[in-house]
Design a protein around this ligand. Structure first.
Ligand SMILES: Nc1ncnc2c1ncn2[C@@H]1O[C@H](COP(=O)(O)OP(=O)(O)OP(=O)(O)O)[C@@H](O)[C@H]1O
Length: 310
């Protein structure tokens, strides 16, 4: 098999009962790269993943592998996947039995599957002795690691993770971040669909944001953060946003975070004169914050029109 350089979705559309779930979505995941797939509930992320995996057929558009020679069909063996939740294994049988079984469905012989499973499991911090235990006895973090190790047994070029941090505690999430880096070092390309914006900000080289079945933003993470970087003044106030003057109530001007309101302006004088004086706000702390993907997400959500899919 020729080595694949990228998995590509090109103009993919999908209708369910007359409702458009995807409307001409294109994206590319290169080997050695992590692409974060973001979007609100119902945006079409899982539908796109299923189409890339060949579990659903696109109405129009196509998915293919880019190779040095041109293009190749996406064969099941080229992509590994960990779907959301516990759908990735049989919980009541041992981890090792799951591994050998799922590897066999991908044409990998039992001895080779067992060896690869032990190696990936060890790399992810799962002890040899737990591999003989049913997956139902594993913690959520251990289950995710086992599912990830199982998804790698046929040595895919690309790995798709759907909501991989769901239910993980902060320690396990941090471990998963390291594993993602490990997979990139091993030359894999990763597509990660998630609502965990911090995780995506820390792991993804590129972010594709879809909304209502369309790509509204597709760019390098660092460039997106730079583009959206604005000075934030942190105003500690008990007042609600509704107490601010109308001109300051637009969704792009503030964020509520815990008991604070983050005010969005580069102009301290404007903040002091128009906001603080007018609404008798006392500024007790002043900080500048750089943009986060959460800010970008909220801004795109609030815009209601296409942002940029360049
Ligand atoms: N099998 C199906 N039959 C009918 N409609 C479907 C089916 N699968 C998805 N949809 C619809 O397609 C749209 C996109 O759903 P999808 O699950 O892909 O979104 P998502 O971005 O993964 O959402 P979430 O973040 O909630 O997981 C939704 O309106 C959903 O109701």
């Amino acid at each position: 098999m020729e080595p694949a350089q990228a998995v590509v979705a090109d103009g993919v559309s999908k209708n369910f009962n007359g409702k458009h779930a995807l409307k001409g979505v294109s994206l590319e995941v290169q080997r050695g790269q992590v692409v974060g797939l973001l979007g609100p509930n119902g945006a079409g992320k899982t539908t796109l993943i299923k189409i890339v995996l060949g579990l659903l057929l696109a109405d129009t558009g196509r998915v293919f592998l880019r190779t040095a020679e041109g293009e190749a069909r996406v064969a099941a063996g080229r992509i590994g996947v960990v779907m959301e939740g516990n759908r990735n294994f049989y919980a009541n049988i041992p981890a090792m039995t799951n591994a050998v079984y799922f590897a066999a469905t991908r044409g990998v012989a039992p001895r080779m599957a067992a060896g690869r499973f032990r190696r990936w499991a060890a790399r992810f911090g799962l002890d040899e002795e737990v591999l003989q235990r049913p997956l139902a006895t594993f913690s959520r973090g251990m289950q995710q690691k086992a599912a990830l190790a199982i998804s790698l047994l046929h040595d895919p070029d690309f790995v798709i993770l759907d909501e991989p941090t769901l239910g993980l505690d902060p320690g396990s999430r941090l471990e998963l971040e390291k594993i993602v880096r490990d997979l990139v070092d091993a030359g894999k390309g990763l597509l990660i669909a998630s609502h965990d914006l911090g995780f995506i900000q820390r792991t993804a080289d590129r972010v594709v944001f879809i909304r209502e079945g369309r790509v509204v933003l597709d760019d390098a993470t660092a460039r997106i953060l730079r583009r959206y970087e604005k000075p934030w003044y942190l105003v500690r106030t008990a007042k609600e946003v509704g107490d601010l003057p109308p001109a300051w109530q637009g969704a792009s001007r503030w964020r509520r975070r815990d008991a604070h309101t983050l005010i969005f302006t580069g102009d301290w004088e404007e903040l002091r004169r128009d906001l603080c004086a007018a609404s008798e706000l006392e500024v007790t702390a002043l900080e500048k914050e750089s943009a986060s993907l959460e800010d970008v997400f909220m801004e795109i959500q609030g815009e209601g029109h296409d942002v940029d899919a360049s």
